[in-house]
Write a protein that binds this ligand. Structure first.
Ligand SMILES: C[S@@+](CC[C@H](N)C(=O)[O-])C[C@H]1O[C@@H](n2cnc3c(N)ncnc32)[C@H](O)[C@@H]1O
Length: 175
């Protein structure tokens, strides 16, 4: 996947929603860069990851590619309450699959979002895990999990073929 794929996976879930977003489990920032590209200079992105080294690399890339987009980094754990202002949207890309029980994290995410705010999920389209991707969820399963977590209007946005686990999909849900 390249930057154009990352943008395509997020774009229709992000455009027109508002400037304040979080990227939970951002890593070195592949999807943060896509978010910054879509939001433009008005964007305010809160980036959360356990890995401080990955956040340093993300900050370097953002300075290089999107210096006018505000980036607020939190070296922390998204399974615990985070000091985030009310958000227009949240991106979780390849990070929810580390949680066996997704409900507690989704309850936290729902709490950060304003009414009508969006959660954009990017995941492998499979329910079968492995040591690297322990608890993935297919889009079909995601519709059920997100509905139970109180989200509505859950919609597939895009898919990208992947040699690893078949395909990656993105889906948007509304709080
Ligand atoms: C597979 S990487 C995905 C990175 C990026 N979102 C992407 O798709 O390119 C997963 C990232 O989630 C982070 N992560 C996993 N569990 C986390 C947690 N509980 N709190 C914060 N970050 C977490 C890891 O440190 C890692 O950087």
């Amino acid at each position: 996947m390249d930057h154009a794929d990352h943008v395509r996976l997020l774009r229709d879930g992000v455009l027109g929603v508002g400037p304040a977003w979080a990227d939970l489990g951002s890593g070195t920032g592949a999807f943060t860069l896509a978010l910054a590209d879509i939001l433009g200079p008005a964007g305010v992105i809160h980036s959360v990851d356990l890995d401080a080294g990955a956040l340093r690399e993300q900050a370097r890339r953002m300075r290089e590619r999107f210096p006018r987009v505000s980036l607020h980094q939190v070296a922390g754990d998204f399974t615990r309450p985070l000091p985030l202002a009310t958000l227009d949207g949240v991106v979780m890309a390849n990070s929810l699959h580390f949680q066996r029980d997704k409900a507690p994290v989704l309850a936290l995410v729902r709490g950060y979002l304003r009414d009508g705010g969006r959660l954009v999920l990017v995941e492998y389209d499979t329910d079968r895990g492995n040591p690297w991707v322990p608890f993935p969820l297919s889009h079909e399963t995601w519709v059920d999990v997100a509905t139970r977590a109180g989200f509505r209007d859950i919609r597939l946005l895009a898919t990208v073929p992947s040699r690893f686990l078949g395909a990656i999909y993105s889906a948007v849900s509304v709080r």
